[in-house]
Design a protein around this ligand. Structure first.
Ligand SMILES: Cc1ncc(COP(=O)(O)O)c(C=O)c1O
Length: 442
């Protein structure tokens, strides 16, 4: 085990040794990732190939513009990397147009909004406190400041999407853009219903698949591309790539973006609309090392083994949620269709904030999260969000989910007892040691 650790540290840290402070920080973070149970739904562990591409010499290259049309010389090889990333992403989702340059999911959403909307236009997205993302219209985010943002709630009884509520709000508020997708919602989306609603009022439809993208990629969940004008995603959650964002448009929309009199071909029109908004509209030079790393990750998604991974992510989430329910944890909506679950801790008499702290002491990383119709503030919350992408990457399966549910239950019951939390932490470490972070380095 010591030997394994040594090999891994040499690989990760070799060239940082001359910068003691940074060397120490990186070493501590490697240890944290190895020894803790990572249950944050938006995190994952990339492969060594993805990591190597992200740390490659492509970071040295300025390449403002797009393949074949750069503002700098010497771009012939980074052009190849970007084209590979684009081709693979199109293949994964059946897209006609993609942009792989957004530095993050937020930048992808900002690019789309700025391309399609004018300041003051109305957008309609899932309320932040019901699972929507900051960029779907939060007042503390550009999306809620530049645009008139209306949030649709979940159904109070089912805690699920209610298409009648969404339709009524859409008819009343007449948004120019409806946003589907969420950051903390565990159920399937019916994009055809969103399309019907958007068509009824002549709105554009964006879907942000940042969270479930990896499951959609392998056909485990509905693919929104055929129904939406445009789709955005991060690349670092269930897609298991480097941190970043992408924009996609499907092949099947007759009039993508509602543009009926298209000049030239569709692809050219979409490129003009979105490419020019990402660069020069809101970004400068693309992160070519990250774009190449996205290409590597997309290559992995295209492999058959990624389907096994995605299936296991969902199976693990379903097992963990049913095990927690057996221990009298309230899972919002009664289960999950994807990689995450929201746990309502009200009956456990502990806030999300306290639960997050106690679990962290026990070596289990989750985030506090508002539950639909929460009475507590976003800094306290009544719930936690739990996801299985990262532990599944470490090859944990249903039997480990049973153990993890026991750890969580024990930690929540003993949240004020540091010695119990300490003993769970050592059990967690033992479990983690059985599932090394990068076993290839052994
Ligand atoms: C649904 C959704 N959209 C967008 C984002 C933003 O991504 P990033 O953090 O890369 O800006 C997130 C991140 O949590 C997300 O969950």
């Amino acid at each position: 085990m010591e030997n394994y650790k040594q090999i891994k540290e040499d690989f990760m840290l070799e060239f940082l040794k001359n910068d003691k402070k940074i060397y120490d920080v990186t070493k501590l973070e490697i240890g944290r990732q190895q020894d803790n149970l990572e249950l944050i739904a938006s995190e994952n562990f990339v492969s060594l190939a993805v990591l190597q591409a992200a740390g490659s010499v492509l970071t040295n290259k300025y390449a403002e513009g797009y393949p074949g049309k750069r503002y700098y010389g010497g771009c012939e090889f980074v052009d190849m990397a970007e084209e590979i990333a684009k081709d693979r992403l199109k293949q994964i989702f059946g897209a006609e147009y993609v942009n792989v340059q957004p530095h993050s999911g937020s930048q992808a959403n900002m690019g789309v909004y700025m391309a399609l909307l004018n300041p003051g236009d109305t957008i309609l997205g899932l309320s932040l406190d019901h699972g929507g993302h900051l960029t779907h219209g939060s007042p503390v985010n550009f999306s809620g400041q530049i645009y008139r943002a209306i949030g649709y709630p979940l159904n109070k009884e089912t805690k699920q999407l209610d298409y009648n509520i969404i339709e009524d709000l859409a008819v009343k508020e007449k948004p120019k853009l409806i946003v589907a997708g969420a950051t903390a919602y565990s159920r399937e989306w019916d994009y055809s219903k969103f399309r019907e609603i958007a068509d009824k009022i002549g709105a554009l439809l964006l879907c942000d698949i940042s969270h479930p993208a990896g499951l959609i990629a392998k056909g485990l969940l509905n693919n929104p591309l055929e129904h939406c004008d445009v789709v955005t995603s991060t690349t670092h959650k269930t897609l298991r790539g480097p941190r970043g964002g992408v924009i996609l448009v499907g092949k099947d929309r007759e009039n993508p973006l509602g543009i009926k009199t298209m000049k030239g071909d569709r692809l050219k029109m979409m490129s003009e609309v979105f490419d020019s908004m990402i660069m020069p509209g809101i970004q400068g030079g693309p992160l070519m090392h990250i774009i190449m790393s996205k290409a590597v990750a997309f290559g992995e998604v295209l492999q058959n083994s990624f389907k096994d991974y995605a299936l296991q992510v969902r199976a693990n989430a379903q097992k963990l949620s049913s095990e927690l329910m057996n221990k009298d944890f309230q899972i919002i909506s009664g289960g999950t269709d994807n990689h995450l679950m929201l746990v309502d801790l009200t009956n456990k008499n502990i806030s999300g904030k306290k639960a997050e702290v106690a679990l962290e002491k026990a070596g289990i990383t989750v985030n506090k999260n508002m539950i639909p119709f929460d009475t507590k503030s976003p800094f306290v919350t009544s719930g936690i969000r739990i996801g299985t992408p990262a532990v599944t990457t470490r090859k944990m399966k249903e039997s480990e989910m049973i153990v993890i549910a026991e750890f969580i239950d024990k930690a929540i019951l003993n949240y004020e007892n540091d010695s119990v939390l300490e003993s769970i932490k050592s059990d967690v470490k033992q479990l983690c040691n059985r599932f090394p972070l990068y076993p290839e380095l052994n």
